[in-house]
Design a protein around this ligand. Structure first.
Ligand code: 13P
Length: 232
């Protein structure tokens, strides 16, 4: 079974949610589909679709104005949460240590964290992709519990550019091997960055790619459904 995760980022309203989730409800697929909504849209009628969040506090509760805890997400029936997305690493200075703590907070509350890692264009252009990704991975993952890893090259996000098949293959081999070495062959691996209805199937056929993390194309059914259908 493949996993297709939509990340709405800071987009969408209740009407958009209603339209997309209804369309997903009517779609037959053998794969798992998850939509990671902004916090304000998580509550309400989710039409039986699996819902995820886009961030989680590393704290349990208390004086952390504006933050949302794992307990709160659990209470809202959230099953997955994205942690360490490159936009949070970039705009909120989230380090590997913070990402790891957030992943642990999710696991503690029975929520599966989707831990994001990926190199910048500068790191890619200087031939450091594999070493950067491996370091980010090993410093961001918790010691135990269920989690998913999403490889999202920063330069591929929202740019319409994707790595070549060989480049994706090499990075996924690196990630798979690093996890294998610590006894974690069970971790699902996702690719994210400019996934669309035309490239999803090809990316999904690369060894060790268990699913995709989709940004822009997950906002509307006419771009998200073709991705899901192409993989079925
Ligand atoms: P795009 O699919 O818009 O490139 O975004 C990818 C992403 O950041 C998903 O988390």
């Amino acid at each position: 079974m493949k996993i297709i995760v939509g990340n709405w980022k800071m987009n969408g309203d209740n009407e958009d949610k209603e339209i997309l989730l209804k369309a997903l409800k009517n779609l037959r697929t053998k794969n798992e589909v998850v939509v990671c909504l902004p916090f304000t849209l998580i509550y309400g009628n989710n039409h039986g679709i699996t819902i995820g969040a886009q961030d989680i506090s590393e704290h349990d509760n208390g004086a952390y104005t504006g933050d949302i805890s794992g307990q709160m997400l659990k209470d809202a029936d959230v099953k997955y949460v994205i942690v360490g997305h490159s936009e949070r690493r970039l705009y909120h200075n989230e380090t590997n240590t913070i990402v790891k703590t957030k992943a642990m907070a999710a696991i503690k509350n029975g929520i599966v964290p989707i831990i994001c890692i990926g190199e910048t264009s500068e790191e890619k252009n200087t031939g450091r992709t594999n070493s950067v990704v491996k370091k980010m991975l090993l410093e961001s993952i918790p010691g135990q519990g269920e989690y998913i890893v999403a490889y999202e090259p920063r330069w591929a996000i929202g740019s319409g550019k994707t790595p070549t098949e060989d480049e994706i293959k090499a990075v996924f081999e690196t990630i798979h091997k690093a996890l294998h070495n610590i006894g974690r062959d069970d971790v699902a691996l996702l690719y994210g960055g400019s996934v669309n209805g035309k490239n999803a199937k090809q990316i999904m056929n690369i060894p060790h790619v268990d699913g995709v993390l989709v940004g822009g194309a997950s906002l509307k059914s006419d771009t998200f459904l073709p991705i899901i259908k192409s993989i079925d």
